[in-house]
Design a protein around this ligand. Structure first.
Ligand SMILES: Cc1cc2nc3c(=O)[nH]c(=O)nc-3n(C[C@H](O)[C@H](O)[C@H](O)COP(=O)(O)O)c2cc1C
Length: 437
C-alpha cells in the first residue's frame, strides 16, 4: 500500500467556467470571493492540505495583435489579486493552507515580507508564497519595466530577493515583544536587527516593522522547470508544483529535485513534489469515458483558449501559425520556456491542430469512477513516489462548483477509504501539517 499523500487545488482567482450549464451566477459573483469561500470550505471538509492561487497581472494583446481573445474568453483577465483573498478564506476555514503568487520581478521585497508576515499572523500560520519570476513583458510594463531580465538572470535576482525577504522575517528574534509593564518596554530593542542589505538588485535596510508570524517563514511554493528554476526551487521550496507528462517525466522531475535538494544540504523529504491532475469522474466507467471524450474535443473555444494562453505566457503570437501545418521548430521565448517546449515536443511530426488534441489532459489520464480513479492514483504514487497531487479545474468546462464537489464528495472519500489522504489536521500550522507525512 502507498503512503498517504497530500491533496491540493490549483486555481486562479478568476471567472469560473461561466459557459458551463452548471455555472449559474458565476460570471461576476466570483469577484466578491463567495465562489472561492464555498470552494475552500468544501475542500477542507474533504481533507485538502491547501489551495494554491496562481497569478499574473496583465491584459494581453499578444494573440493576433489584439486584446480581444484574452477578454473574450477571460483567459488571464479578469483576474483578482489573491493576496487579500487569503485571510478571508482563512476566516471561513480552520486548518487548510492558502498560497498566493507574488512576483520577484515586480514586488519590492520589503512589501512582500511585510504582507506575508501580516497575513501569517492574521491566519494564525496558514499562508504560503508561490515564488514566480514572471514571464510577460506586458505585465512588466505595468510596473515601469520595459522588458523583463533574461530568463536565468531572473532567478539570480530571485535568489537575492528571497535572501532579503528571509533576512527581514528573521530580523526579529523570538520573544522580542516583552510587554513589560514594570519597565514600560513593549519590544526589547536588542532583539530587533536591521539587515543592511546592499546587493546587485536591492538595497534594504530593515528591520521588518513587525515580528514574523506563527510559521516564521511562511510556506514557500515554487514551480521551476528549467535547470535554473529547479535549482532555485530545490534550495528554497517547501512544496513544488509541476506538470510533467507521463510517469517517466514525473519520476525524473522528482528525482532531480531531490538530488538538487540534497546537494544544497537539505533533507529531500522536506520538499513535497506535487503533480497536477485533472481526473474525469463518472458514476460508471462508461459515463466517465464519454465525459472525457467530450472534454478532449477540440472546439473553437478550446483552440482559442489553448493558443491564447500559450501566446500570453510565451509572448509569441500563436495566431500566426497554420493549424494544419507543423509548428516551426525555432520559436524562441523569454517567457514560459517549459510550456513552449512541451507544445513543440507534442507537435513533432504532427500538425498544430493534432498537437492541441488532448492537451487539456495533464500528467496521467485519470478517467473512471471515484473508486477506480483512487486506485489509479495509488498506483501512480507507488510508481513515482510523489508526495501528492494538485487538482486543477480546466477553464472552459471544469473550473466549477460541480467539479469541486465531484472531487470533494467523490474522489476524496474514496482516497480516504484507502488510507491515502489525511482524515484530520493534527498540527497547528499549514507548514507543520504539510511536513507531517
Ligand atoms: C503548476 C504551475 C503553476 C504556476 N503558476 C504560475 C503563476 O501563478 N504565475 C507565474 O507567473 N508563473 C507561474 N508558473 C510558471 C513557473 O513559475 C515557472 O516559470 C515555469 O514552470 C517555467 O519554469 P522556469 O521558470 O524554470 O523556466 C507556474 C508553473 C506551473 C507548472
Amino acid at each position: 500500500m502507498a503512503d498517504p499523500f497530500h491533496l491540493a487545488w490549483f486555481t486562479p482567482f478568476k471567472t469560473p467556467a461561466w459557459k458551463s450549464p452548471w455555472a449559474a451566477g458565476t460570471a461576476t459573483e466570483w469577484l466578491n470571493g463567495d465562489y472561492y469561500i464555498d470552494m475552500a470550505r468544501a475542500l477542507e471538509r474533504a481533507g485538502f492540505d491547501f489551495m494554491m492561487f496562481e497569478d499574473s497581472t496583465l491584459v494581453s494583446d499578444t494573440y493576433g495583435g489584439s486584446q480581444d481573445n484574452d477578454l473574450k474568453h477571460g483567459l488571464h483577465s479578469p483576474k483578482g489579486d489573491p493576496v487579500p483573498l487569503l485571510p478571508i478564506l482563512a476566516q471561513h476555514t480552520k486548518h487548510m493552507g492558502f498560497i498566493a503568487t507574488m512576483s520577484t520581478s515586480f514586488y519590492p521585497p520589503f512589501i512582500l515580507a511585510r504582507t506575508m508576515a501580516t497575513m501569517d499572523h492574521l491566519t494564525r500560520g496558514r499562508v504560503g508564497w508561490n515564488v514566480v519570476t514572471s514571464s510577460e513583458n506586458l505585465a512588466a510594463q505595468n510596473y515601469g519595466i520595459e522588458k523583463l531580465l533574461e530568463h536565468d538572470e531572473r532567478y539570480v535576482m530571485a535568489e537575492e530577493f528571497i535572501t532579503v525577504v528571509k533576512g527581514l522575517w528573521d530580523s526579529w528574534e523570538p520573544g522580542a515583544i516583552i510587554a513589560d509593564r514594570e519597565t514600560g518596554v513593549l519590544v526589547d530593542p536588542t532583539k530587533v536587527h536591521p539587515i543592511h542589505h546592499k546587493g546587485k538588485y536591492f538595497d534594504v535596510r530593515g528591520p521588518l516593522n513587525l515580528p514574523p508570524g506563527p510559521q516564521g517563514h511562511p510556506v514557500i511554493c515554487q514551480a521551476g522547470g528549467s535547470p535554473a528554476g529547479r535549482d532555485f526551487a530545490s534550495k528554497h521550496a517547501n512544496v513544488l508544483l509541476c506538470q510533467p507528462s507521463g510517469l517517466d517525466e514525473m519520476k525524473e522531475y522528482r528525482d532531480d529535485i531531490r538530488a538538487r535538494a540534497a546537494a544544497h544540504g537539505r533533507n529531500p523529504d522536506d520538499i513535497k513534489v506535487m503533480y497536477i491532475i485533472q481526473p474525469v469522474l463518472g458514476e460508471t466507467a462508461q459515463e466517465a469515458k464519454e465525459l472525457a471524450a467530450r472534454r478532449d474535443e477540440l472546439t473553437q473555444d478550446q483552440i482559442e483558449t489553448q493558443l491564447g494562453i500559450m501566446s500570453i505566457t510565451t509572448e509569441v503570437d500563436f495566431a500566426q501559425f497554420d493549424l494544419d501545418s507543423p509548428l516551426p521548430e525555432d520559436i524562441h521565448t523569454n517567457g514560459h520556456a517549459s510550456s513552449l517546449k512541451s507544445l513543440v515536443k507534442a507537435a513533432a511530426g504532427r500538425t498544430l491542430r493534432e498537437a492541441l488534441l488532448g492537451r487539456t489532459n495533464p500528467a496521467v489520464p485519470l478517467v473512471g469512477t471515484p473508486d477506480s480513479v483512487a486506485a489509479q492514483l495509488e498506483e501512480v504514487a507507488d510508481a513515482v513516489g510523489g508526495d501528492g497531487f494538485l487538482v486543477r479545474g480546466e477553464p472552459v468546462r471544469t473550473h466549477s462548483r460541480r467539479y469541486v464537489d465531484e472531487i470533494a464528495s467523490g474522489l476524496a472519500p474514496a482516497l480516504r477509504r484507502r488510507g491515502l489522504i489525511r482524515s484530520a489536521y493534527d498540527k497547528p500550522t499549514f507548514k507543520a501539517n504539510l511536513s507531517a507525512f
